[in-house]
Design a protein around this ligand. Structure first.
Ligand SMILES: Cc1cc2nc3c(=O)[nH]c(=O)nc-3n(C[C@H](O)[C@H](O)[C@H](O)COP(=O)(O)O)c2cc1C
Length: 356
């Protein structure tokens, strides 16, 4: 190093190495340089020492520079060049796995590098791996990292897809009067696998039911009624007493014939009456039964008083019961106000397009 054109002896100055641009993490045995994709930047701080001809400057005056550390250039040792293959239980190569509502992973993973196959989860594999984003539909990632001191370097990110899957044993109420339509040939114009709508509702005295049926007729979504395992009393006052206790205890009353999965729906229109200034607790039972991450939820509600504060309180309850879901500002309208309902459905792109 030279200062002011004068070459300095190493005893005149000190060099410190940092692994971050802010020079807060000094490189040492406990904090080695992490090589990612075969290289890493090392920031260098040069501090002239007190002894010799120079005085110690303020830390911020220290000279800083950076250089890049590369791996030895042996591509066969760098996992960023690896090929990753996933297999199912029958040893068949796969690129996708069916959604289950729980975290999924391929049965086997083989990482090929420099002509050598390294199977995951076997003794002495030179890498560790982590699977992320592997519950919901979409891309799941596998992050493969060379183990320290393994002779290998680098990181590789591979992916597989989680796809929806038709759940045969889904129990939905069919309207008895609806005739079964003859099978239509597939319309090539109609995109398949598109977002499906579920209209789910709970209703004690049928007002919400009317609303939900109207919504279903406009959206052509599937209709599902939430029915409690233990029916509510038929009289109003005893029902309010049961409901009040449920609300005070933040109870989750059990649902009869709850579908095992609703994974095929990515838009859920949830209708309920206001009970004790919020949603009935059984709405919480339904929402919490599933992982609704990324699902769009549209609440629809009505009440005797049409008090907006109570509606907002119910919205908050829905948000809390469906963490990860996109809970849209719902609609608070009387079931007879079909104009308001249609306007809301239209604004939110929920009306079934005709002619398709
Ligand atoms: C248990 C219970 C609690 C209720 N709590 C409220 C309330 O807090 N605020 C309100 O305005 N109406 C309340 N109501 C009235 C209902 O919201 C209203 O009658 C609604 O239209 C019922 O819908 P449904 O026919 O779908 O059950 C309550 C009704 C019941 C049965």
């Amino acid at each position: 190093m030279s200062i002011g054109g004068v070459t300095q002896k190493p005893s005149e100055y000190e060099i410190r190495y940092y692994t971050d641009a802010e020079c807060t993490r000094e490189m040492n045995k406990d904090n080695p340089v992490r090589l990612s994709n075969g290289r890493a930047a090392v920031y260098v701080k040069i501090i002239p020492m007190v002894k010799g001809n120079y005085t110690l400057p303020n830390e911020r005056d220290a000279v800083k520079g950076s250089y890049t550390v590369w791996t030895k250039g042996d591509k066969t040792k760098d996992f960023s060049n690896a090929k990753v293959t996933f297999y199912d239980a029958h040893n068949k190569k796969i690129t996708k796995i069916n959604y289950t509502g729980k975290s999924v992973k391929p049965e086997k993973m083989v990482v090929t590098l420099g002509g050598v196959d390294f199977e995951s989860d076997t003794a002495n594999t030179p890498y560790t791996y982590e699977i992320v984003n592997n519950i919901n539909k979409g891309k799941a990632f596998v992050i493969i990292k060379a183990k320290a001191d393994s002779g290998y370097t680098g990181t590789k990110t591979a992916s597989f897809r989680i796809v929806s899957h038709n759940i045969k044993d889904l129990l939905f109420k069919q309207k008895p009067e609806e005739p079964t339509e003859p099978e239509k040939p597939e319309d090539p114009e109609k995109p398949t696998g598109q977002s499906k709508i579920l209209v789910v509702y709970f209703s004690w005295s049928n007002n919400t039911e009317r609303m939900a049926e109207f919504i279903q007729s406009q959206t052509e979504g599937d209709l599902y009624e939430i029915v409690p395992v233990t029916p509510y009393p038929t009289e109003y006052t005893p029902t309010t007493e049961v409901a009040r206790e449920e609300r005070d205890k933040n109870a989750r009353p059990a649902i009869k014939d709850l579908p095992e999965s609703i994974a095929e729906y990515d838009r859920i229109l949830t209708s309920y009456p206001i009970w004790w200034h919020t949603a009935p607790m059984i709405i919480g039972t339904f929402l919490e039964a599933y992982d609704l991450g990324g699902v769009d939820i549209y609440p629809f509600t009505q009440s005797a008083s049409m008090d907006v504060g109570q509606f907002q309180q119910s919205m908050q309850f829905v948000r809390e019961c469906a963490p990860g879901a996109v809970v849209h500002e719902g609609l608070f309208a009387r079931p007879a106000d079909t104009g308001a309902i249609t306007a809301y459905l239209t604004e939110n792109g929920l009306i079934k397009e005709t002619g398709r």
